[in-house]
Design a protein. Structure first.
Length: 194
């Protein structure tokens, strides 16, 4: 197994020279940071480039392993998440949780993909009953989400093919048991890149 620094160099080599992060940092900037051995900065910029530029599953796997070796657990989980998205597609939505007095959830939850709620996405069983589908949930730009809050989220369905019918503007509901704990409006559906 290569060390984290070799993995980061390999990840840079998977990018086209014209790839740019949202903040304007380029592949050339990343190579300069590598020469200066700014490893955590290199990882961060590579993640930012990958977040705005189409990259392969291999790219995310290299970053995830580098982050694991650098003991950057949240970065590792994010890179694993993005690798899954590249392979299976992405559903993004704006989620509004019901208030703590209105639903089952009374407490905050970690926003890093560990929660696996059920979703009513319009699917029905063979008997015509409502079918709930499970998807992991990652809240964008937040460490946690509280009852009553609204945030953009990314969903990783356990059965991605059952979610392919969703389009922008569809409203889906989040469940942790039978009561609705949140409503989400789909804002983007991207196909797999792999």
């Amino acid at each position: 197994m290569d060390d984290a620094f070799t993995l980061l160099r390999q990840a840079v080599d998977l990018l086209p020279d014209d790839a740019v992060a949202e903040n304007g940092q380029t592949v050339g900037d990343v190579r300069e940071d590598i020469r200066r051995q700014e490893w955590e900065m290199v990882l961060g910029v590579l993640i930012e480039i990958g977040d705005v530029h189409p990259v392969s599953v291999d790219f995310w796997e290299l970053l995830a392993e580098a982050a694991r070796q650098m003991m950057l657990d949240r970065s590792r989980r994010w890179c694993e998440w993005r690798g899954w998205e590249a392979q299976h597609g992405t559903v993004r939505a704006t989620l509004s949780l019901v208030g703590s007095g209105e639903g089952r959830r009374e407490t905050v939850f970690a926003a890093d993909g560990q929660l696996r709620p059920m979703w009513d996405i319009g699917n029905r069983t063979a008997e015509g009953e409502r079918e709930l589908n499970v998807a992991r949930l990652w809240v964008e730009y937040a460490q946690e989400l509280c009852p009553g809050q609204t945030a953009d989220v990314r969903l990783a369905p356990l059965s991605p093919e059952q979610w392919r019918h969703l389009t922008c503007g569809d409203v889906i509901t989040m469940h942790e048991a039978r009561p609705v704990v949140g409503r989400a409006t789909v804002i983007e559906v991207l196909p797999p890149r792999a």
